[in-house]
Design a protein around this ligand. Structure first.
Ligand code: NIG
Ligand code: FE
Length: 417
């Protein structure tokens, strides 16, 4: 092995892979039958050059390569695109292990929130951490995600709920290489408990949005009983859209409170959760360009019903999969585990699950032209799965399936290091 020199191109050749797999075609988002179509090359190589994929093909077609190239032995491994986690709350301080134990003993998630715990306990820890503490916590969480194969991640604010901490969260996420989403409308903080939700929305839009919009790419709102109602969500999202942000919604997690119709009305990028979505919401979403982001780790962590994934896909809706990684409802950074849950709980084929957390997740983040496929011209992000059949990614429930992670054409993590 010899790394590229300072003057020549930086090249990485992954050779003798059992399989190289990528969602078929070039369009995004994938829906219907197209969601399950993949291209598989056996006994294959992937060549990366200056951060991009420059070639994929069978070993027998690999010609000689002039100049310096670093080589990775892919024998017994399969390559899939680097995983894209389009919905996380990874920027948090502290944990909620006490709450987890209380829930195991029967306490309800919404009940804990209503008592000032839940999200608000993470808000207290996050405010106290400050910028340096929060950056360190996020770095730790990003390391976990990387080792699970995530090469592109989104993360939301929403644990500050004051001007200073919301902006710190967005800056820290951007500095860690994440895609920042402003989730000011996550919960109403204690200092607004007396004056009410409308006054808090007023504060968010007047005092935080102008600066949040300079860093964030999208805005998100928790539209749910006990959080924000549809009129408050509409007001928040319309103002965020006018400030240039893409729109996302947490919707239908516990109740159908109008999130899907609002997402469609406003042309949101996605509506996420959908554990409570019924037939009308499924039909509405299927007829729209809004992506339904499914979070089965959150459903299982809270003991909630699974979202109607099969019905959504069969109706023609575009769906993505994400972890929802956060300390309260989904302490889970692993997209491979989410793929296992998709196959076992959501009745998605492994191929559909792969497309949902690569191409379609990249589409949610407006990055499908560069991310989510392992094909020439795309960013050289890949996961080398520790099996000669890539479907072990979903098959090995909670297993050590990630052998090596390539990010931007370099080895970002390897179990051999
Ligand atoms: O997506 N539902 C709202 N927000 C997060 C949970 C955040 C938390 O519990 O800290 C979610 O599940
Ligand atoms: Fe979430």
């Amino acid at each position: 092995m010899s790394p590229g020199d300072a003057t020549g191109p930086q090249r990485l050749l992954i050779r003798d892979l059992a399989q190289v797999v990528t969602p078929a075609g070039l369009s995004a988002p994938l829906r219907g039958a197209a969601l399950g179509r993949i291209d598989v090359v056996v006994d294959a190589y992937v060549l990366c050059e200056d951060g991009r994929v420059s070639g994929v093909g069978p070993m027998r077609r690999l010609g000689s390569i002039d100049g310096e190239v670093e080589e990775v032995d892919g024998r017994g491994l399969s390559a899939v695109p680097g995983l894209v986690d389009c919905h996380t709350h990874a920027c948090f301080a502290g944990d909620r292990v006490d709450e987890f134990a209380l829930r195991a003993a029967g306490a309800g998630y919404e009940e804990l929130h209503a008592r000032g715990g839940g999200i608000l306990s993470t808000v207290r820890a996050t405010r106290e951490a400050g910028e340096v503490g929060l950056a360190a916590a996020l770095e730790r969480h990003v390391g976990w995600m990387l080792r699970a194969g995530t090469t592109t991640f989104e993360a939301k604010s929403g644990y500050g709920l004051d001007r200073e901490t919301e902006l710190i969260q967005l800056r820290v996420i951007e500095a860690a290489g994440g895609v920042p989403t402003w989730l000011g409308a996550h919960a109403v903080p204690p200092e607004f408990a007396e004056v009410g939700v409308d006054a808090y929305v007023e504060f968010l839009l007047g005092d935080v949005l102008p600066d949040a919009a300079k860093v964030a790419e999208a805005a998100d709102v928790f539209l749910e009983r006990g959080a924000f109602a549809v009129e408050q969500a509409r007001r928040y999202l319309v103002a965020c859209r006018a400030a240039g942000l893409e729109l996302r919604l947490h919707g239908d997690q516990f109740t159908e409170a109008g999130a899907v119709p609002l997402a469609v009305e406003l042309g949101a990028r996605s509506v996420d959760h959908l554990e409570s979505t019924g037939p009308e919401g499924i039909a509405l979403l299927a007829a729209s360009d809004v992506v339904g982001v499914l979070l089965p780790a959150s459903a299982i962590f809270l003991g909630r019903p699974m979202p109607p994934a099969r019905a959504l896909v069969d109706a023609g809706a575009a769906v993505a999969l994400a972890t929802d990684f956060n300390p309260g409802s989904a302490f889970c950074e692993s997209l491979p585990l989410v793929c296992s849950l998709a196959a076992t709980q959501l009745r998605l084929a492994p191929e559909e699950a792969l497309a949902a957390c690569t191409v379609n997740a990249a589409h949610v983040l407006a990055r499908a032209e560069r991310k989510g496929r392992l094909a020439p011209g795309f960013d050289a992000d890949a996961v080398l799965v520790a099996a000669d059949d890539w479907r072990h990614l979903a098959y090995h429930l909670g297993g050590d399936v990630v052998h090596t992670v390539i990010q931007g054409g370099r080895i970002a993590w390897s179990c051999t290091a």
